[in-house]
Design a protein around this ligand. Structure first.
Ligand code: C2E
Ligand code: MG
Ligand code: MG
Length: 459
């Protein structure tokens, strides 16, 4: 009896080493063993397809409804996946919300597509869990052996890259591995290394610069402020657009250091501007997670002697999507010391009017996609009009972004928009050039004012 008991325990331990405790699916170790054996046995024209399946927004379910519901959901997904896989296929849970299927004896891509379709159908089927009606979706990456490699590590890496490509394509979809994905990932990684280097060198020495784009009042053409926009002069690539490196900085957390440097630099520069010109600085949602954002802003203001009332922060709705309460608390704290808060890129992304309810913004920046079609027949003008009315009712001002033509400016003025920003007046410029622009513009306005009063006297 002693021996049987010992054998039972040994079997249990072996089982635990190979199977996932929550779903009882094979775990990552067993998945590797199975795939390794499969790769070694590849023969003839048959292929193996490795499907990496990542559940979309699973973290949201876990955070919002709790781990018990999250666990139930994972168990149900495991059951559905096992059910939709064929007898030749091997389903495993790799950990967290990641699953995988090894599809053997593949002779055509249609077979792979069919399995993917069954997986999506299974995962998308609504599921009742502890009183919650849940629907989920997934991002799937697929690599084929021997087509995309025969070594275990390579196939795993390629399936993973394909899965990230599916995520990048907006989730809820699948992608087959392509060799260009490898090149892209490598390039991104190199850019990340270079960016770390640039920051370690202290911003400016590493090629980071801050440019300033003026914002003009539509009623009297005065410059009311400037938006700080970071620039990166890469030693080999030349100018890299913030649209390219800010997302990398956000993914890696480097945005905290970059943001702090931009803020300190911009406050220092703005302290030399005329008193009636404000400074606007973009703040990423990631910076709100660090918990020390308000302190850093106060430190930058103190070090530069820039009054808080001259600083405006531009945030996007993304700040208010998750961790609402923390972000709101930080915003209120900043508001209390006199910093202004603007809602950037309004009308894009998740944009919902409910965000205007959550925080009393000082300004709405109307995204340039509405401005560029404002003269067209598709109704962009009525959207701008609606935003302007909404803002006025809540005592917010509006800035139209990306104004490039006289006609757009004229229409915006007619619609009652308060300010404009765009290439029509000026692109973003280095600190010394923007100072020259202030002086030049001021004398232009004075001259125009003089001419007008002379004309009035004469008539
Ligand atoms: P954004 O905050 O919406 O900034 C406006 C972008 O529109 C800038 O692009 C600006 O150069 C561009 N722009 C201005 N006028 C015109 C125009 O008339 N026509 C067109 N087509 N474009 C115009 P930029 O400098 O490439 O910045 C892109 C985005 O990168 C910014 O969008 C902002 O979200 C982000 N970004 C830039 N600097 C920072 C920063 O210091 N911190 C953070 N967190 N994000 C930044
Ligand atoms: Mg902005
Ligand atoms: Mg914007």
């Amino acid at each position: 009896e002693d021996v049987t008991e010992r054998r039972r325990i040994e079997e249990r331990i072996t089982h635990l080493a190979h199977y996932d405790a929550l779903t009882d699916l094979p775990n990552r170790t067993m998945f590797h063993e199975h795939l390794r054996a499969g790769l070694a046995a590849i023969a003839g024209s048959e292929e193996i397809a490795v499907h990496y399946i990542d559940i979309d927004e699973f973290k949201g379910v876990n955070d919002a409804l709790g781990h018990l519901v999250g666990d139930e959901l994972l168990k149900s997904i495991a059951t559905s996946l096992s059910r939709c896989a064929g007898p030749q296929d091997f389903v495993a849970r790799l950990g967290g919300d990641e699953f995988a299927i090894v599809q053997s004896a593949v002779t055509s891509l249609e077979q792979v597509d069919e399995l993917v379709a069954r997986v999506f159908q299974a995962i998308r089927a609504p599921f009742d869990c502890m009183g919650h009606h849940l629907t989920t979706d997934a991002s799937i990456g697929i690599a084929l052996a021997p087509r995309h490699g025969t070594a275990l590590d390579q196939i795993l890496k390629n399936a993973d890259m394909a899965m990230y490509a599916a995520k990048a394509a907006g989730r809820r979809t699948y992608r087959f591995f392509e060799p260009e994905m490898d090149a892209k990932v490598r390039e991104r990684r190199q850019l990340e290394i270079d960016l770390r280097h640039a920051i370690a060198q202290g911003g400016l020495e590493g090629g980071l610069e801050v440019y300033y784009q003026p914002c003009l009042a539509l009623k009297d053409d005065r410059i009311t402020g400037c938006e700080a926009l970071v620039r990166w002069r890469h030693p080999e690539r030349g100018m890299v657009s913030p649209a390219e490196f800010i997302p990398i900085a956000e993914d890696t957390g480097l945005i905290n250091e970059i943001g702090e440097w931009v803020l300190a630099t911009a406050c220092r520069d703005a302290a030399n501007w005329p008193d009636d010109i404000r400074l606007a600085v973009n703040v990423s949602p990631v910076q709100f997670k660090s918990g020390t954002l308000a302190l850093k802003i106060m430190a930058a203001l103190a070090a530069s002697n820039l009054p808080a009332s001259r600083l405006e922060l531009e945030i996007t709705e993304a700040v208010l999507i998750r961790d609402d309460d923390t972000a709101l608390a930080i915003l209120h704290q900043l508001r209390a010391i006199g910093v202004r808060i603007a809602l950037d890129d309004f009308g894009t992304g998740y944009s919902s009017l409910s965000y205007l309810h959550r925080f009393p913004f000082d300004k709405i920046k109307i995204d340039r996609c509405f401005v560029s079609d404002i003269a067209g027949p598709d109704g962009s003008a009525s959207i701008v009009q609606a935003v302007v009315n909404l803002a006025a009712a809540r005592r917010m001002t509006t800035t139209a972004e990306g104004v490039e033509t006289e006609e757009q400016q004229r229409l915006l003025r007619a619609l009652g928009c308060s300010e404009m920003q765009g290439y029509l007046f000026s692109a973003a410029k280095p600190a010394d050039k923007v100072l020259e622009l202030f002086a030049l513009h001021r004398s232009r306005l004075a001259q125009r004012g003089g001419e007008e009063s002379r004309r009035r006297e004469a008539s």
